[in-house]
Design a binder for this molecule. Structure first.
Ligand code: ZN
Length: 280
C-alpha cells in the first residue's frame, strides 16, 4: 500500500520537460558517447553522427540566445550528449515522454525524438536545455531556491517558446480565468517542488503560464528584470533577490499579470493571434 502511494506521488509529480530531479542512476558515469570530429562539444551515440551534426549546427545560435538572455557567458563550454536510440536515452533519463533533459549534474541529453517526429523542436528545445545548463553552472543543478515556474518560464522565454510549445497563450489564459493559477506564495524545498499538478494545471499549461509570467515581468520593467536575473545567477535566494529588486513579493508583483488576464479584453481573445509567440 505504502509503495503504491509513493508510486502515485511520483507519477503525479512527473513533469514534461527538461529538468529531472535527482535520480541515483543519473549520477552514474556517462559512457558510450564519442565526440564529433569537428565539434568536441557534441558527444554522440556511435552510429548517429548525422544527428550530431544537426545538433552542432544548431548549437551556436542556441548558445548565443542563452548568453544574451542571461547576459553572462557560460562558465564552461557546454557539452551536449546525443542519443540516437531510445535505449541510450532511457539509460540516463527515467522520466517518461521527455525529448531532452538536464540530468544531475548539469548534463544535457537529447532523445531520438528530436531526430525524428520532433525534429522541428531541436533548436528551441536545445536552447531551453542550455538555459538550464547555464544557470546550473552558476548556482548548481536545479537549485531549489528558484521556483520551478521561474526555472521553466525563463528557460522557455529564452528559447522563444521552446519547451512550452504544446499549449497556446490562449489556453494558458483560459486556465488562469478558470482559477488554475500558479501559486506564487508556495515555496519550494529541495525535497518538494511545486509543479503543474500542485496548481491543477496540466504540464503544458504550466509551462506556458510560467513563460507568460516571466515574460510579463520582463516586459513591464526590463532594467529591474535584468537586476533580478543577475542576482539569481549570483546565487542570491530568489525570494530575497525579488524583494531587493522590486520591493515586494513575487505574488504581489505578479497580481498585475493575473488581474490583466482577468480583466483585459485583449486577453479574452481566443483567436490565434495571441497564441504561440514562438515563431519558427
Ligand atoms: Zn525545462
Amino acid at each position: 500500500m505504502k509503495t503504491w502511494l509513493v508510486v502515485a506521488v511520483l507519477l503525479a509529480t512527473v513533469q514534461g520537460c527538461a529538468l529531472t530531479v535527482s535520480n541515483p542512476r543519473a549520477l552514474q558515469p556517462i559512457d558510450g558517447f564519442v565526440p564529433l570530429a569537428d565539434d568536441a562539444r557534441v558527444w554522440v551515440e556511435p552510429g548517429y553522427g548525422a544527428y550530431g551534426e544537426r545538433v552542432s549546427a544548431a548549437l551556436p545560435a542556441a548558445i548565443a540566445a542563452v548568453e544574451a538572455a542571461h547576459t553572462l557567458p557560460f562558465l564552461r563550454p557546454p557539452r551536449v550528449y546525443v542519443c540516437g536510440s531510445e535505449e541510450c536515452f532511457h539509460r540516463y533519463v527515467y522520466t517518461p515522454r521527455l525529448s531532452a533533459a538536464v540530468i544531475p549534474d548539469n548534463r544535457v541529453i537529447l532523445s531520438p525524438n528530436l531526430n525524428g517526429r520532433e525534429s522541428a523542436r531541436l533548436p528551441g528545445l536545445l536552447t531551453h536545455e542550455l538555459a538550464h545548463l547555464h544557470l546550473g553552472q552558476r548556482i548548481g543543478h536545479y537549485n531549489s531556491t528558484v521556483p520551478v515556474w521561474f526555472h521553466e518560464g525563463w528557460a522557455s522565454l529564452t528559447a522563444n517558446g521552446g519547451g512550452a510549445e504544446y499549449a497556446s497563450d490562449a489556453q494558458a489564459y483560459a486556465a488562469i480565468r478558470a482559477g488554475r493559477r500558479i501559486d506564487l506564495v508556495a515555496r519550494d524545498t529541495p525535497d518538494w517542488r511545486h509543479r503543474a499538478g500542485a496548481f491543477g494545471l496540466n504540464i503544458f499549461e504550466f509551462y506556458r503560464e510560467s513563460m507568460l509570467l516571466v515574460g510579463w515581468l520582463k516586459t513591464q520593467d526590463e532594467a529591474r528584470f535584468h537586476q533580478l536575473v543577475l542576482a539569481v545567477q549570483a546565487n542570491t535566494d530568489f525570494e530575497i533577490a525579488f524583494w531587493n529588486v522590486y520591493g515586494q513579493s513575487p505574488a504581489t508583483r505578479l497580481t498585475g499579470f493575473f488581474d490583466g488576464v482577468q480583466g483585459n479584453a485583449v486577453f479574452n481573445d481566443n483567436g490565434q493571434t495571441l497564441a504561440a509567440p514562438a515563431q519558427p
